[in-house]
Unconditional design. Structure first.
Length: 255
C-alpha cells in the first residue's frame, strides 16, 4: 500500500478532528515535485518564491533561522505572508542519525484554551500583538493579531502567537513582539502564564522524525516549532502548504 491508496476526504476529516495525521511505514517515497503532486489531492497549494515545495535543510549561507540547526520558536505558518494555509504537509526525506534532535514541536492551542479557564481566556482575549521580522527569505514584515482568534473552520478559540527570540545565542533572524491591551503588570503576568502553558506537556507533542514520514498538521489550531539538532546531521524535511477553501487572507499582515 502507498499513500495514494488512502482516501483524502477521510484523511482531511481526520486531520481536522485530531489536528495531526501521521503516515508512517508506507512503501513509496516522495522526491522533488512528487510531494506537491500528492498535496494537490488535498486542495489548492500555496506557493512561494521557493516554488511548491520548501526544502527545510541546514544551509550555512542563509540568513534565515529556519535553515539552521538551532531551536525554532513556536509560530504559525503564514504569519508574515498575505495568506494563511489551513494544512501543512511535511515529508521527512532524511531524518538524520538517531538521537540527534530536530523534533518538530506542536502545541494544541484549542485544547490549551479549553483547559485554561474562563477568566484566563478573557484576559488573553484583551491582548493584541504586533510581531515583526526582517524579510531575508520568502516571508517577512509585520503582523498584528488578537492573541485569541476564532478557528476559521471549527469556530472555536485558538491562539495566534510567536514568542520573541531573546535567549537563543546565534539565532539568525529574531522576531520582536509588541503587546497591547493590558497594564504592564497584568501583561507581564499574563504572558508569563501563556509561556508556561505553551510549554506544558499536556498540550505539547514533539515529533521524532523517521525517514519517509508524512505528517499533515492543522495550521489553524496548532503552533509549531523545532528542537535544535546536531549541526551537520543532514536532517531534511519537505513542506507543502494547502490553502483553505475559501482562501484565508492575512488581514493583519504588512510587508
Amino acid at each position: 500500500m502507498d499513500y495514494l491508496d488512502l482516501p483524502v476526504d477521510h484523511l482531511r476529516a481526520l486531520a481536522r478532528h485530531s489536528k495531526i495525521v501521521l503516515l508512517r511505514g508506507f512503501t513509496n517515497r516522495f522526491s522533488g515535485q512528487a510531494l506537491a503532486d500528492y498535496a494537490r489531492h488535498w486542495g489548492r497549494i500555496m506557493t512561494g518564491s521557493y516554488g511548491d515545495v520548501l526544502d527545510l535543510v541546514e544551509k550555512e549561507e542563509s540568513h534565515d533561522s529556519i535553515f539552521d540547526s538551532l531551536s525554532l520558536p513556536l509560530h504559525w505558518d503564514g504569519m508574515y505572508m498575505p495568506t494563511i494555509p489551513e494544512f501543512q504537509v511535511f515529508h521527512c526525506a532524511d531524518a538524520g542519525p538517531l538521537n540527534t534532535g530536530g523534533e518538530t514541536v506542536f502545541v494544541d492551542t484549542v485544547g490549551l484554551l479549553e483547559h485554561a479557564g474562563a477568566s484566563v481566556r478573557d484576559t488573553w482575549r484583551a491582548i493584541e500583538t504586533t510581531s515583526c521580522i526582517r524579510a531575508v527569505s520568502h516571508y517577512g514584515g509585520s503582523v498584528r493579531s488578537a492573541l485569541v482568534v476564532e478557528h476559521p473552520v471549527h469556530h472555536v478559540p485558538t491562539l495566534r502567537y510567536s514568542p520573541p527570540v531573546d535567549a537563543i545565542p546565534g539565532f539568525r533572524n529574531p522576531n520582536t513582539v509588541i503587546y497591547e491591551g493590558l497594564d504592564q503588570a497584568s501583561m507581564d503576568e499574563s504572558i508569563a502564564l501563556l509561556h508556561r502553558c505553551l510549554a506544558h506537556p499536556a498540550h505539547r507533542y514533539e515529533h521524532a522524525w523517521r525517514t519517509g514520514d508524512v505528517l499533515i498538521a492543522d495550521n489553524l489550531a496548532l503552533l509549531h516549532g523545532r528542537n535544535a539538532f546536531v549541526h551537520g546531521s543532514k536532517r531534511h524535511l519537505q513542506r507543502v502548504h494547502i490553502h483553505a477553501d475559501p482562501v484565508l487572507i492575512n488581514t493583519g499582515f504588512f510587508p
